[in-house]
Design a protein around this ligand. Structure first.
Ligand code: ADP
Ligand code: TRP
Length: 331
């Protein structure tokens, strides 16, 4: 049932979306879209602090949009567009700079992680830090505040950014009156961190990911490459320790999950068999979605049309809001 609130989330187009992105962030938004009004945008401006090739940004934007259009979001409830198509978001970012304390940016996890890495490497603390990275949370606050968002479903690592958006809105409202809604973050309680092929967090940075829309043969190959321990088929295994099980549990029914866990504990199932079971489950859940994804990637005019249509509607909302904000700040 809809709670009458507006949900909003952004998907950063930095490569092929993988199972970790899906479980940690996108699945929650997909589920919420079934009964709620939702804005989903492709956050291409957010990719610019790291991706330097316009062709790559464009290609990844198509991929991300095609994933959103094929995963089973309720598109009747979703307003989908490309962030860079909305001029008001650039304006609002600039305007919010003036009410954002610098200290807030200094505390941002993503920036601090770079500083820590640089410090450990014995180089200048700000080496490789551009202002796009440093002010990233302000752009993200603009994304959220521009549309009077109530709730922001995101992965756990984005929680701080949403809290910053709330802080920034508070600073603005204290000076200029009640302009912005204070957004709430929503994180799936038990999404956890999905492990990748080598057992570490699945991440593009570790090159251990499985692309959500990988073709069937690649999906199979990747699953067969999941690293396991050296237990023999006969030995009992702990499902909680197994990457195979950790992925499976997000895609199967509750009964199937209980049964698979029992098979791990009982012994008698080798990892090869477990991988085949995982592959068959993923393949059956994803086959239709992958088909639609592949169709869209070869019919990009349909993606263009969907994004253009979404942008037209989003622009109307955003233009009205930015006019009010500019009036409040500039008279
Ligand atoms: P990557 O680590 O591959 O660069 P991103 O940082 O672009 O992925 O992640 C985008 C979103 O997906 C984030 O909100 C994050 O919470 C979620 N996410 C990424 N990897 C995982 C994972 N292994 N487990 C759970 N969530 C993840
Ligand atoms: N920063 C988010 C990520 O890296 C993507 C994003 C950009 C976003 N703007 C947003 C998410 C606004 C929620 C709301 O995953």
């Amino acid at each position: 049932m809809s709670d009458g609130k507006l949900y909003l989330t952004g998907v950063k187009p930095t490569g092929e979306l993988h199972f970790g992105n899906y479980i940690g962030a996108i699945k929650q938004a997909c589920d919420l879209s079934q009964d709620n009004k939702m804005i989903v945008f492709i956050a291409d401006l957010h990719a610019l602090n790291a991706v330097r090739d316009a062709g790559v940004v464009r290609e990844n934007t198509y991929r991300a949009a095609a994933v959103i259009m094929s995963l089973g979001f309720n598109m009747d409830n979703v307003l989908l567009f490309r962030q860079s198509d909305i001029d008001a978001v650039y304006k609002l970012t600039e305007l919010l700079m003036n009410v954002t304390p610098k200290g807030l940016m200094d505390r941002a996890h993503s920036y601090k992680a770079m500083v820590d890495k640089n410090t450990a490497a014995g180089v200048d603390a700000d080496a490789g830090v551009n202002m796009g990275l440093y002010t990233y949370p302000i752009l993200m606050a603009a994304d959220i505040l521009l549309y009077d968002t109530d709730i922001v479903p995101v992965g756990a690592d984005q929680k701080q950014h949403v809290e910053f958006a709330r802080d920034i809105a508070g600073h603005f409202n204290a000076i200029y009156g009640n302009m912005f809604k204070l957004p709430d973050v929503r994180i799936l309680p038990n999404a956890g961190v999905l492990p990748g092929l080598d057992g570490r967090k699945m991440s593009k940075s570790y090159d251990n990911e499985i692309a959500l829309m990988a073709p069937q043969s690649e999906l199979k190959k990747k699953i067969m490459r999941i690293i396991t321990d050296s237990k023999t088929p006969e030995e009992s295994k702990d499902p909680e320790e197994s990457t195979i099980f950790q992925i499976y549990r997000h895609f199967a029914t509750d009964d199937e999950v209980v049964r698979f866990a029992e098979m791990f504990r009982a012994g008698g199932m080798g990892y090869g068999t477990a991988k085949t079971i995982l592959f068959e489950k993923l393949d059956s859940v994803l086959a239709k979605k992958r088909e639609r994804y592949e169709y869209l990637m070869t019919h990009r005019d349909e993606i263009d049309a969907a994004l253009a249509h979404g942008a037209e509607i989003a622009r109307k909302i955003a233009d009205k809001k930015i006019a009010k904000i500019m009036k409040a700040m500039l008279g």
